[in-house]
Design a protein around this ligand. Structure first.
Ligand code: FES
Length: 108
């Protein structure tokens, strides 16, 4: 496993379709979502007013809704689906190995 990747969770800690917030060593806030046994990682900071997306919910297979004002994002690419957010979210590379979830920081 290369040095830029950080272990953030075990696969079995993630429930299907339930957002799960984790933090990288450098303070980056990440929201993990497992969908159909694939794991996606996006910024956990809503681009509208910085509410944690892990406190929101999945409203479609790949669509997360912010719990504060209802913006929606595609967890596959961070794209905005629904206002009031207008800026996409950062996405993070995810690796799974031996039941562990690893995420690559975007700022290393
Ligand atoms: S903080 Fe997420 S929609 Fe406003």
């Amino acid at each position: 496993m290369d040095a830029d990747l950080q272990r953030v969770s075990r696969v079995d800690e993630l429930d299907e379709g339930v957002p799960f917030g984790v933090e990288l060593k450098n303070g980056e806030q990440i929201c993990l979502v497992k969908v159909d046994r694939e794991i996606f990682a996006i910024s956990n900071i809503c681009s509208h007013a910085e509410f944690p997306l892990s406190d929101g919910e999945m409203v479609d297979d790949y669509v997360i809704e912010c719990g504060l004002h209802g913006a929606q994002f595609d967890i596959r690419d961070g794209g905005v689906i629904e206002l009031p957010a207008t800026e996409p979210l950062c996405c993070y590379e995810v690796r799974v190995e031996d039941g562990e979830v690893w995420v690559r920081s975007n700022t290393v």
